[in-house]
Design a protein around this ligand. Structure first.
Ligand SMILES: [Cu+2]
Length: 268
């Protein structure tokens, strides 16, 4: 293969991976600003069946509703570690069940569970970040691709340990005693979800969805999600929540189409 088209393809693939991840605000912004130009560029991408890239023109969007009365959020007491308590002027609550003002559920990990068999996707070059800030994990729920760099950062002037209890990949438990420490990790196999905790601060918990492809998202303050750049096909989409478990729905999308799915979690 000539080098020039290959380079173009790789650049394009990186762009679409960034759109597909939808993990953070910068990526959401780029997804919006690139929507108009994307289909034309994608049509020029050469076929490479050995390593399928997220070059499709279909999408699945939706929202995650919540019904019933949510449980009262548990207050986090940080008094035992002044370095934690000093960083908060307002009360801190556990981010387990967060119901948005519009009646949707935050922190739901949504991903394509079935329908991509036989395709493989290169990990994005950009790292995902798990930050420890104010003795809380940021983000609380997020996704990475298999093989993607995960940068774990301590932004606090206190000791955290990062105990990530993977079962499909090698688990790790590392100490970050000083502010500004960074450690890079990655996961070798898909896993829904890897739970990470800090044994110094028992209220700290993060959940990482490790996926073999870039089609995942986490609901935010609007409770919505978008899985863009999909090839045409029939997909099982799963929505996972740490308290309410996992639901699935099946949707078929054609080229250029956007399918819609609606999830609803109920108070227990
Ligand atoms: Cu900690």
């Amino acid at each position: 293969m000539a080098s020039a088209p290959r380079a173009q393809f790789v650049t394009l693939a990186a762009l679409v991976v960034a759109i597909g991840c939808g993990g953070g605000k910068p990526q959401e912004a780029s997804a919006k600003s690139n929507t108009a130009a994307r289909p034309l560029q994608l049509a020029q991408a050469p076929e490479d069946p050995a390593t399928a890239q997220p070059s499709g023109s279909a999408a699945i969007t939706g929202r995650v509703a919540f019904s019933g009365a949510p449980p009262a959020a548990e207050r986090v007491k940080m008094d035992a570690d002044p370095q934690c308590a000093l960083q908060h002027t307002d009360a801190v609550h556990k981010p387990e069940v967060v119901v948005n003002a519009n009646g949707t559920l935050k922190h739901v990990f949504v991903y394509v569970q079935q329908g991509l068999e036989g395709k493989s996707f290169a990990a994005p070059a950009s790292a995902a970040t798990l930050n420890q800030h104010g003795c809380m994990y940021e983000p609380h729920v997020f996704g990475v691709q298999v093989g993607q760099e995960l940068s774990i950062v301590n932004s606090d002037a206190t000791l955290h340990n990062v105990n990530c209890k993977a079962t499909k990949s090698k688990p790790f438990n590392l100490a970050q005693p000083t502010k500004g420490m960074k450690t890079s990790k990655q996961f070798a196999a898909p896993e829904i979800m890897v739970k990470c905790v800090c044994n110094v601060h028992p209220w700290m918990a993060a959940y990482i969805g490790v996926v073999a492809h870039p089609y995942f998202a986490v609901t935010g303050d609007e409770g919505t999600f978008s899985l863009a750049g999909l090839p045409a096909g029939t997909y099982t989409v799963a929505a996972w929540h740490e308290k309410y478990g996992e639901q699935t729905q099946t949707v078929t999308v054609g080229d250029g189409e956007t399918g819609s799915v609606a999830f609803e979690f109920k108070a227990q």
